[in-house]
Design a protein. Structure first.
Length: 476
């Protein structure tokens, strides 16, 4: 099995290259991607059980006063899910829970039933993602906790979006509930359980369940998330963006994210898995095994199988196969890849959006380790925004509906500073930037909007993303 399946994302030229050492080629790759000095992160590569490359680039925040080092801690984002899943697997191994338990057993005030722990683990529960909830449901003036999310589920969600097991739908709420189950069953706060039963046994001394914006937070060696502001044409700390306010009021959520760690500690995590330090090997295989939906089709995300906090491409129940997970949260983009057969691991933790996509980066690392030609990898292009008049901004505002699915709504709004925001049904509002009067772009994702105007009236907007086009007609 190949190190990572990034032929799914990028075609690799397989011509063998031997003129430079692996270390030299890796160093050349990262140098070529950092000619402007804006790449920021920690990168660690292991081959045949040996660290063959380790690199620390950039700064811990936008002030550029503290450099990223081996001690720098990063928010893991969704890479955290594999740790939450490990806690659940430990409790199952001890006979304290069953993957078939109905979650009502642990949360009797829920209004829906027949959602199992296994549905939470594999994102087949049908429970909506709290990151897409109506902000009016949430107290945005405080830093919310998992129990705050639970109270909203109990009072606002009368049912799931679909019958549990009918579909796959990625939802961070699933892993909030899993973290709460860990607390209920173990009798310990989630952070304490993780420290005692996972981080400490694995030797992960610089890893913790962590809320960076809590008053008691120790931010020493903490790498803050940054992103590009197309208006000022500068990278700024995430907390300086209006559209990322949710990163503050959801900062004390843990389970789906909320773990901070270093590249070296994640390597220790890999070794703990390899040495069966935390779980019996016959039980870990559940994390990277396939399962089926109610219709008998496999649980998959964009063609990738989803296990317990891990993604993989090989349906065989074999621990040697490649498995990985990415993590994205405001300012952070991470990936952790594990391939036990060759003891080959790749860890990339970045704290600056709009610089490099970890998928093609991983494809490049993969090619070098296999002594093949490195595919062309490009840095993300930074586009400068233009300025629209208040009149031009107001023309774009309104509600737009998708013809083929009228309940799918696209809203264009503005704030007091005339910044524009786009919000798709079930998602948070995201800031968008104008190229010109009728073309706007995102910086959070690679996507663009084009508005159609006739007789000085806006008729529709088309979203361009991932090779797809969706046109929404203006309804008000």
């Amino acid at each position: 099995m190949r190190f990572i399946l990034f032929s799914v994302f990028i075609f690799l030229n397989t011509r063998v290259v031997t003129s430079q050492t692996v270390q030299q080629r890796l160093d050349s790759l990262f140098q070529s991607l950092n000619t402007d000095g804006e790449l920021s992160g920690a990168f660690l590569i292991v081959d045949s059980g040996q660290v063959v490359f380790e690199k620390y680039l950039g700064f811990q925040d936008a002030s550029k006063t503290k450099r990223i080092t081996s001690n720098s801690r990063f928010e893991l984002a969704s890479v955290s899910k594999q740790f939450t899943a490990m806690a659940i697997m430990q409790l199952e191994e001890q006979g304290k829970i069953s993957y078939d338990d109905d979650v009502v057993k642990y949360f009797p005030n829920l209004k829906f039933k027949n959602v199992r722990i296994k549905n939470l683990l594999r994102h087949t529960s049908g429970i909506s993602d709290f990151l897409g909830w109506d902000p009016q449901w949430v107290d945005t003036k405080k830093i919310n906790t998992n129990n705050d999310i639970l109270k909203i589920i109990e009072t606002k969600l009368d049912s799931t979006s679909f019958k549990a097991g009918d579909h796959y739908a990625y939802s961070n709420t699933n892993y909030v509930l899993l973290a709460l189950i860990v607390e209920k069953v173990s009798g310990q706060p989630f952070a304490a359980y993780m420290q005692q039963h996972i981080f400490k046994p694995a030797g992960m001394q610089h890893t913790s369940v962590f809320s960076a914006r809590s008053p008691q937070a120790d931010l020493k060696n903490y790498a803050k998330g940054m992103a590009y502001d197309a208006n000022t044409k500068k990278f700024k700390d995430i907390d300086d963006f209006v559209s990322f306010r949710y990163a503050t009021y959801f900062d004390n959520i843990n389970g789906p994210y909320g773990i901070s760690s270093t590249a070296q500690d994640l390597y220790k995590w890999m070794l703990a898995l390899q040495n069966n330090t935390l779980l019996k090997p016959r039980n870990f295989i559940n994390a990277i095994s396939t399962d089926t939906l109610n219709n008998g089709k496999p649980v998959q995300m964009n063609g990738l199988y989803y296990g317990f906090g891990w993604l993989f491409t090989d349906s065989a129940n074999n621990e040697n196969k490649m498995h990985f997970h990415t993590g994205g949260y405001p300012g952070y983009q991470n990936i952790i890849v594990r391939e036990l057969e060759n003891q080959r691991y790749f860890i990339a933790l970045t704290n600056k959006w709009n610089t490099i996509n970890v998928y093609p980066l991983t494809a490049g690392v993969d090619a070098i380790l296999r002594k093949e030609e490195t595919p062309k990898i490009e840095r993300e292009k930074l586009i400068e925004a233009t300025t629209l008049s208040k009149f031009q901004v107001n023309k774009l505002l309104g509600t737009y509906a998708y013809d083929k699915q009228p309940e799918l709504i696209f809203k264009i709004t503005t704030d007091e500073n005339h910044n524009l925001f786009a919000q798709l049904s079930g998602q948070l509002a995201v800031q968008i930037y104008p190229k010109n009067e009728l073309e706007l772009f995102y910086t959070e994702v690679k996507a663009e909007l084009k508005f159609l105007k006739e007789n000085d009236q806006i008729l529709s907007v088309t979203l361009y993303q991932n090779g797809r086009e969706l046109t929404f007609n203006k309804v008000k």
